[in-house]
Ligand binder design. Structure first.
Ligand code: ADP
Ligand code: MG
Length: 381
């Protein structure tokens, strides 16, 4: 069994008595893909249990780095498991006027859009959550409560690109300002807001808007990986009789820009200004999550447009989940480490070599063993 040789980042060790984190941080590892691994090196990350994973330590072949999170979803995890484990529990709070936010973070290609949007065959968090909200409000409507309240659901859909807010439902609305009312509620004055009365209604607005975004991005050198897309769903409950009290719960569902370091990977198409804006807004987001989870007195929401938007829905009484998506192939290694260090509740170095043999047994589908597999670099017997 592994013997612990050193413990890093002792300040990040979870306290036994700690209350639940303000931001739940979970990690999802996408399945290994041969086409993403030209050198056929095999995966360099693997799950250990429902909270922990390990990754090769590039500094020392005889060690692995082990990380712990609120939850870890392995490569076999389904869209449904992510949804029921991490998203479904926060939905009822929206009907009580509380706010929520779900972020997908990680390098381009690691599965953010798959997790949030998915496909018709494997729907992700967004369609599942919207459908569930309609079911919940219908259930509420048929209960006695309904005689006193009207419930309505509305949606907005925006993109933050180069620190500018763009309305995806009305593309002529560009560079919209973010405002705060006296009750510290955040709003965007001219952002389109559509009332939706069914899931079909939601799709009617959402699908063309997200397709617009995809078309724009292929023209503009994969813009989708360099902008944050933000779906806002509001649930409003209004009393029918005086004093006509009103409760509004907001939920943000966010597919963040790729967290990869574009300067390091030397992506030719990306101007420095652009990667600077992405890296700095994601950096501020990581500081906000860190400050919330450490209970620091100052939360730097106002240091970027992205985090300013979430001032009333990330931390505090809001229900927030950060899904960190990672990929197992070596070409993602340094971006994976960055993402894990952002997300980790704790990390330690363990003196157990990450052998390719073990990986092949657990992680790879049976395949013909290539001749060149006599690899001397793994340092294992
Ligand atoms: P990102 O949005 O982070 O750039 P994508 O969601 O586009 O990444 O995923 C990259 C590729 O990997 C896509 O082809 C996607 O369908 C596939 N993929 C991602 N996650 C999974 C998963 N859990 N299971 C199967 N395929 C996945
Ligand atoms: Mg994507």
């Amino acid at each position: 069994t592994a013997k612990r040789v050193s413990i890093m980042e002792a300040q990040n060790q979870p306290k036994k008595t700690a209350s639940p984190a303000n931001v739940r941080v979970v990690v999802r590892l996408r399945p290994y893909m041969h086409k993403d691994d030209q050198k056929q090196q095999g995966p360099c990350v693997r799950g250990l249990d429902s909270q922990c994973l390990e990754i090769i330590n590039w500094k020392n072949q005889l060690e692995t780095l082990q990380y712990q999170f609120n939850a870890f979803y392995g490569e076999d995890s389904t869209q449904k498991e992510i949804y029921t484990g991490s998203i479904e529990p926060i939905l009822p709070h929206l009907l009580n006027g509380q706010n929520a936010s779900v972020f997908a973070y990680g390098p381009t290609g690691a599965g953010k859009t798959h997790t949030m949007l998915g496909s018709p065959q494997q729907p992700g968090v967004i369609p599942r959550a919207v459908l569930a909200l309609f079911r919940m409000t219908q259930a509420e409507s048929s209960s006695r409560n309904y005689e006193q309240c009207d419930i309505s659901i509305s949606m907005s859909y925006l993109e933050i690109y180069q620190e500018k807010v763009l309305d995806l439902l009305e593309p002529k609305n560009q560079d919209l300002p973010i405002r705060e009312d006296t009750g510290k509620n955040i709003f965007i004055p001219n952002l389109t807001q559509k009332t939706i009365s069914s899931f079909a209604d939601f799709e009617k607005h959402f699908i063309p808007a997200s397709q617009n975004r995809t078309v724009a991005c292929t023209k503009m050198n994969d813009r989708s990986s360099r902008s944050h897309s933000v779906l806002l769903v509001k649930v409003k409950k209004k009393e029918r009789f005086p004093p006509f009290r009103q409760l509004t719960g907001k939920m943000y569902l966010i597919d963040l820009a790729g967290s990869e370091d574009n300067r390091r990977t030397g992506n030719q198409g990306i101007r420095l200004k652009e990667s600077g804006a992405i890296n700095s807004s994601l950096f501020v987001l990581s500081k906000v999550v860190d400050a919330l989870n450490q209970g620091l007195p100052r939360i730097p929401y106002r240091d970027s447009k992205l985090t300013r938007l979430f001032l009333d829905s990330l931390g505090g009484s809001a229900h927030s989940v950060m899904i960190t998506n990672i990929a197992p192939e070596h070409r993602y290694y340094f971006d994976t480490l960055t993402a894990l260090n952002f997300a980790a509740r704790s990390k330690q170095v363990v003196n157990r070599p990450f052998t390719r043999e073990t990986i092949q047994a657990t992680a790879l589908a049976p395949l013909k063993r290539p001749q060149e597999e006599t690899d001397t670099s793994s340092g294992s017997s």
